[in-house]
Structures are given as structure tokens and as C-alpha cells.
Design a protein around this ligand. Sequence first.
Ligand code: ATP
Length: 440
Amino acid sequence: MSDDAPLLDVRNLTKHYPVTEGILKREVGRIRAVDGISFTVERGETVGLVGESGCGKSTAATTLLRLDEPTDGRVLFEGRDVTAFDDRELKRFRREAQMVFQDPTSSFDPRMSVGESVAEPLRIHGMRDRTRRRRIVADLLERVGLSAADADRYPHEFSGGQKQRLALARALVLNPSLLVADEPVSALDVSIQAEILSLMGDLQDEFGLGMLFISHDLAVVREVCDRVAVMYLGEIVELAETDELFENPRHPYTRALLSSIPTPDPTKRGGGVELTGGVPSPENPPDGCRFHTRCPEVIPPDEYDVEASAWRAVMDLRVRLERSEFDADGVRELGGDETPADDSEAVAAAVRREFDIPDRLSDDRAERVLSNALETLAAGDGAAARDTLAEAFETVCETDAPELRRTPAGGRAACHLVESADGETDSGTDGASSSHSDAD
Ligand SMILES: Nc1ncnc2c1ncn2[C@@H]1O[C@H](COP(=O)(O)OP(=O)(O)OP(=O)(O)O)[C@@H](O)[C@H]1O
């Protein structure tokens, strides 16, 4: 053990779930649930892990605790390599690192009194003395705002908020130094959420806990976290001090997430960033920057001067063509009855309307490429249209995966647009890759 080492140091953590087929369970693909994430949690610090549903937050939690075996990467706990722990070391680690889940109801056995449930980890870890167990539980129940007498009651007698208090008591009964909380308040009424968050803050101070706080609720994350890591499709795209991240988000995805937080002041709401398209499948994530298929700031090639919204619209058409979700038949349907199938101009206009592409792009050369491609599409050759657009409009965002680089403000972001600490905007210039620790 080393006192200088971070409490938790996650390096290049990876978890892929195999996709299998047939009785022989032949592997035909992999779900890249977590794909090389690195971050640290210091003693007493709360680090938030945020991102849309399915981006890999829960998988990150369970694999770093080795409740699920990682596919690759290392997890160091107080400098010791959790990924190399044998059964005995793992048992000890399970005392030091605890998890709290979203749904407190399913985490209690309805047939056990809550006192027995809270004391269970003590029993499992060898404390035979029943009276001592009861004393510890009574003390903890009081510390989480319940009463010692509650120990003899059963889970159904408690509200959701009270059950989450019980879950916290159980997580703390072994005196851990790390708490991983996966959406700990999202199943609770908003009025109760604040109480539980405040209790968690108090307990954290009291127990000196480091905490990984997983949530899709950015308003909550802003309240409780010291630093925040933003995940997209299995990767961390930005990591920064909470104030910095909320005041000055560097990654377009972070900006889009923040813009979806409702605020009481309608003039401040949103900033109007709207993401197009759904989240791609983690089984087949996009090449380059995984966010490029939805990014409002996707970079046009140098040779064209096209405004961002028009460029995004053209990219949306490209994404649909690449995924073969849109072809000549789809194009004809767009036109409806008024558009004769052989009127290629009318069909092209219908495609522009569908994708919000302007009638003319402001850049003449880009417009020529687009009109040619639309004509080919209207003539029934979607693949050729796709190739024409791909060749002429290739962007760095789809060819190069940006590395997670240090920003001038001290955080990290993985985007070709983000200026790194040394003033560069190209990738790979300061060596701070996503496979390195973020211990700054
Ligand atoms: N056991 C599993 N087998 C196969 N795929 C899985 C498994 N567990 C998770 N996944 C997939 O991995 C991806 C990440 O899931 P995960 O639950 O970690 O995301 P999340 O960000 O926590 O989402 P949510 O906020 O909805 O819980 C998803 O595509 C999910 O379907």
C-alpha cells in the first residue's frame, strides 16, 4: 500500500461482452460496453460519471469492483492491483469498496429484518458476536437518520428514501474507504433526493470516503461532485473539475448534455444544442470520434466553407446512407404523391427538406458535390451517392480518434476541436492518451 497513490486509479479499463450465435456460442461480435477508460478517485473526493443510458456507466462500476471481470486494463486501489487480487485479497477489497444501487427495494431480502440485512456483511466477514453486530447496526441506523429500534422491522415497512438510508447503512457497516453509488437517488421522489444527497455528503465527511457517483442527472452531479467524467459509447470524452465542466465545457457532447438540463430561467435554458440521430450501437461504434455521427460541431474538410448546421445536415444524410437506412425507395417515399419519381430535381429537393439541408450550400464546390450525389441518389444508386459524399466530404472526425488530452484549464477532453495545454488542436501531441491515468 502507498499513501501517495490515489485511493482508486482506473487505467484503460475495458469490458467487452461477447455476442454469440448458435448452440456452439460462436462469437460473432462484441459489445464494447467500456472501452479503455482511465480516471482516479482520491480519498474524500467525489467523482461523477455521467452520460446517456447505455454509455457504460454501470459496467464501469461493476468491472472496477470486479463484480464482473474486466476484459482489459488495470484497477489500482491504494496502489494495489485489484485486477491481480486472489480470492483472499478480493474478499478484503470487498470490505473496503462498497456499492450502493439505484433500487433500494430489490437490494433487501423481504424475509430478513433490516437489522439482519444491515449486519449481514459483518457476519459474512466473520464477526460472530451477535450483540456486537446489533450494537454496530444500532449506531449506524442512527447515523443514517433512522432509529435503533428500526432494526427489528422489515423492508416493506419503509419508504423508498428510508430504504436508501438502510442501503447506505449496510454499505458503511464494514467501514469502507470507497463507495460506488450507481444512480443512488434516481428512483426517489425529488423531495427525498435532496435529503439522501445531503446524508451522503455528511457520511462522506464523517467516514472520509472516496466516492464514484454515477448518474445521468447532471443537476445532481453538479451538487455533489468534485470532478466529473463524461462518458459516450464506452469512452470518457471529457474529465474536469465540476465548476470548470459546467462553466466551460470543452467537448461538444458535454455541451449538448448540459444544454438539456432544465433551468428555472427560460432565457438560459439549453443553449439550443440538439443532438440528431440516436446513440449508435456499442457493438459497432463509429470510427474516428465516436460522437461524429451526432456532433453538432463536426469538422468540415478544410477546402470547404460551409456553416456548421448545414454541414451537420449533410453529415446526417451521410450517416443514414452509410448505415443503409436510406435508399432510393426511401427517397421516393419522401416526395409523396406530388413528386414524380422521374423528376430528379424534385426528389433532390425532398431529400434536402427531410434532412434540413439548405436549397444551396454556401460553398459552390461543396454544392456541386452534393447536387451530383443527390442526382445519383434520385436515379436509384444510393451506394454511389454514399461513396461520392464520403470521398469528397471526409472529415478528420471520422478518420482519427481524438485522444483525451489535457486542456489549458487542467481538465481533459477528447475532441479535435479542443485546444490542448500546449496550444495544439491536432490529436496526439502531448502524450496524454486515454490509456493514461488522470492523476493531476
Ligand atoms: N451482461 C451484459 N451482456 C451484454 N451486454 C451488456 C451487459 N451489460 C450491459 N451490456 C450492454 O453494455 C452497454 C453499457 O451498459 P451499461 O448498463 O453499463 O450502461 P449505463 O450507462 O449504465 O446505462 P443505464 O444508465 O441505462 O444503466 C449497453 O449497450 C448494454 O446493453
